[in-house]
Ligand binder design. Structure first.
Ligand code: FAD
Length: 291
């Protein structure tokens, strides 16, 4: 399944769901049930992240394979920072062998390991790896974009310049980092279009799963927790986990309504390997005939 064709040809917004390789045996046992539950919603594709520096590359491969074995459309990620060219081609050859047709290419971040030594051939930026892959393979390629700017970026404008380079080098669609205010996404798309970027840009949806996780991830990802969301979270200081999940679902449904009404090409759910929030959000949007 070439994702670029999906975004080009689908008459409805394309629904995608992102997973990471389960971290231990217990999580691995539960993972099959999570995939089964979410596949009932018939997403257009599922995707699997890749550990920075190649850590747990086999975990990513096995997770991709597990989803392919269930006959579900898949996108495999590769994060190139730290890897040599041969390592990259070995990983991609294995994906090609099992029928993967779309690769999402990201740079990745340096692991927090003092003994970490990147391969001397390691690419510094995703755009370079996209060019490398494009020359050697016929995969459909995706890349990441940052509506609030990437945390290391000199400016949003510079970041968009580098996104344009990813398109020039072969990226065919963009999945955006999540934000909690749609205006960041809409303005970003406007600026990308003004800069000449023409490939689909898909908003990422990160429901609130727990207050602690929301704060931690937003710091790492450079996502603003808006005053509106912060006020809601403050009111849940003593709430149980279901109340927090329900707040996350309500907030994400409202956010998706705004995105869909503005004609986005798809919604990309960061599931964090959980099924309840993503299912509930999609079911509610479908009941409202928005999907
Ligand atoms: C949808 C999504 C999925 C992700 N999945 C994963 C995953 O599976 N595994 C993982 O490890 N991480 C993942 N990440 C995180 C990502 O790896 C980090 O955000 C990383 O820091 C940047 O990756 P990138 O591909 O956007 O990098 P790049 O596009 O290379 O950009 C990195 C920084 O360098 C700057 N830059 C780019 N090109 C140049 C240039 N030529 N000269 C100077 N500066 C430049 C950019 O402005 C930016 O600040 C994901 C992010 C998103 C949004």
């Amino acid at each position: 399944m070439r994702v670029s064709n999906l975004y080009k040809n689908s008459k409805k917004p394309v629904i995608s769901m992102e997973f990471f390789p389960p971290r231990d045996a217990k999580a691995s046992d539960n993972f099959g049930a999570i995939i089964d539950k979410l596949s009932e919603l018939k997403p257009d594709y599922m995707s699997v992240t890749f550990g920075a520096g190649g850590s747990n590359r086999d975990g990513s491969y096995q997770t991709v394979k597990k989803i392919i074995d269930k006959k579900l459309p898949i996108v495999a990620y590769i994060a190139g920072l730290g890897l040599g060219h041969n390592e990259i081609t070995e990983i991609l050859d294995r994906y090609k062998e099992i029928g993967v047709e779309t690769i999402f290419v990201i740079r990745g971040d340096k692991p927090r390991d003092d003994n970490y030594t990147p391969h001397p051939e390691s690419f510094s930026y995703a755009s370079e790896m996209i060019a490398f892959i494009k020359k050697r393979y016929d995969f459909s390629l995706g890349c990441a974009g940052y509506p609030e700017g990437h945390i290391e970026a000199e400016s949003l404008e510079k970041d968009i310049e580098f996104l344009k380079l990813k398109e020039k080098n072969g990226a065919e669609y963009v999945i955006a980092q999540y934000c909690y205010d749609n205006n960041y996404f809409f303005k970003y798309v406007e600026k990308c279009r003004a800069a000449g970027i023409s490939i689909p840009i898909i908003p990422g949806i990160m429901p609130v799963y727990t207050v602690k996780m929301t704060k931690m991830l937003s710091k790492v990802c450079g996502t603003t927790i808006t005053d509106e969301l912060q006020n809601k979270l403050d009111k849940l200081a003593d709430a149980d986990k279901n109340e927090v999940l329900n707040l996350g679902i309500d907030f994400a449904v409202e956010q998706c309504r705004g995105l869909l009404k503005n004609g986005v090409d798809g919604l990309h759910f960061y599931t964090m390997n959980r099924s309840k929030s993503t299912s509930e959000i999609i079911n509610r949007l479908r009941r409202e005939n928005l999907l």
